[in-house]
Design a protein around this ligand. Structure first.
Ligand code: NAD
Ligand code: GLY
Length: 361
């Protein structure tokens, strides 16, 4: 049983299929692979778990695969690893109509998508996300990138997939820490634009942690529906889409400042969201009770609610590389209330520093 959503982007529209076992459903996948050969970009952790299932699904449509198995980890989201994909594509004489399938979490999806955007100026691309975070966020919306030592996701492209296949059964093998990290991006949708969903999460967070499939299907579907709406309205982030970055300016500073891979992306986003909530309170927007309510949900999800102690100056230095900086001005996603985010340049450095100090151990 699966549910389907559509990301409405005119001729670049695509379906998201969500359900248990969709990875084995040839009817959902093979019609989107135009060539008899597909390149599957995955990593050393995911390949032993799911590559054979994907291979047999594709074989039902007489499609053979060329696997490209990359090292696992955020620290490998680099030019060097990206080049391994190009080496494999060129080595196998792949033509521009060959489909690239990313099988894995957000690191594989972001890197595979960027490779697909660049190879011969663009090849067909399919996302098969296998982490909670990638199923609710990174596989949808077409942001692809690699990291730079000076900043996270700094080199990349907007490049939409032709299909997203989110198999909830793959979450059964996900380490618990990774599952919790995915919850950070789910809570984000409630905070920025969906109060009703936030309330649902308050009632169901333990079911999600227990991998209850009905709860997961609801949360993944509702998250993707929120994301699809935002992306359809503002594909290239000239406005509303920036709200999806709640907590990310602070979170990216933590990830870059500590070295990629120390904190998981979702963990950094959780702590960053609490810094943003603290700042929103200091701006006179969120009440103290609301900040506490947000903190409680993140704590129940097993996520950090205090940032890493990089020192305020280091935070500010790293935050100046944020992609939302415009004419040298830092713009932050803040909360007016739970369920309503704004992008604002109203916070001055003194207020930002005070919020960081209050929320870092
Ligand atoms: P990840 O890709 O590193 O995956 C987490 C870990 O889980 C890895 O070790 C991976 O090999 C393993 N794994 C994946 N699926 C598994 C499974 N089913 N069973 C067991 N292990 C499995 O991390 P992530 O949290 O999926 O993604 C984080 C990345 O996504 C970051 O680089 C972040 O910048 C990016 N991101 C991108 C967007 C976007 O819009 N493009 C949005 C959010 C995050
Ligand atoms: N994860 C933020 C975005 O897709 O815009």
């Amino acid at each position: 049983m699966s549910q389907t959503l559509n990301v409405a982007l005119g001729e670049r529209s695509y379906p998201i299929h969500i359900g248990c076992g969709v990875l084995a459903d040839a009817g959902l996948l093979t019609p989107h692979v135009g060539n008899k050969k597909a390149v599957v970009v995955t990593n050393t952790t995911v390949a032993p778990l799911y590559l054979e299932t994907l291979r047999s699904t594709l074989e039902k449509g007489q499609i053979s695969i060329l696997p490209v198995i990359l090292p696992d980890g955020e620290q490998y989201k680099t030019w060097e690893t990206l080049n391994q994909i190009f080496d494999a594509l060129l080595g196998a004489h792949c033509e521009r109509n060959t489909t690239l399938i990313a099988l894995g979490g957000g690191v594989i999806g972001d890197m595979g998508g960027f490779a697909a955007a660049c190879y011969q100026r663009g090849m067909p691309f399919i996302q098969i996300p296998t982490t909670l975070l990638s199923q609710v966020d990174s596989s949808v919306g077409g942001k692809t990138a690699i990291n730079h030592p000076l900043g996270k996701n700094m080199i990349g492209a907007f490049y939409q997939p032709q299909l997203v296949l989110a198999d909830l059964s793959t979450l059964d093998t996900l380490p618990e820490r990774e599952l919790k990290a995915g919850l950070a991006e789910i809570i984000k949708y409630g905070l920025i634009r969906d109060m009703e969903f936030f309330v649902w999460l308050e009632a169901n967070i333990e079911q999600l942690l227990a991998l209850d499939k009905e709860a997961l299907a609801y949360a993944v579907h509702r998250s993707c529906a929120n994301k699809a709406e935002v992306v359809a309205a503002d594909e290239r982030e000239s406005g509303e889409r920036a709200l999806l970055n709640l907590g990310h300016t602070f979170g990216h500073a933590i990830e870059t400042g500590l070295g990629y891979g120390k904190w998981l992306h979702g963990e950094a986003v959780a702590a960053g969201t609490l810094i943003a909530a603290e700042l929103s309170h200091r701006m006179g927007w969120l009440t103290a009770d609301e900040v506490l309510r947000i903190e409680k949900l993140f704590v129940r999800a097993g996520l950090p609610v205090f940032g890493a102690d990089l020192g305020v100056e280091r935070y500010l230095e790293l935050m100046r590389h944020d992609k939302k900086v415009k004419d040298g001005m830092l713009r932050l996603v803040l909360l007016k209330t739970i369920g309503q985010a704004v992008i604002s340049d109203e916070a001055d450095e003194v207020q930002i520093s005070a919020a960081i100090k209050a929320r870092c151990t």
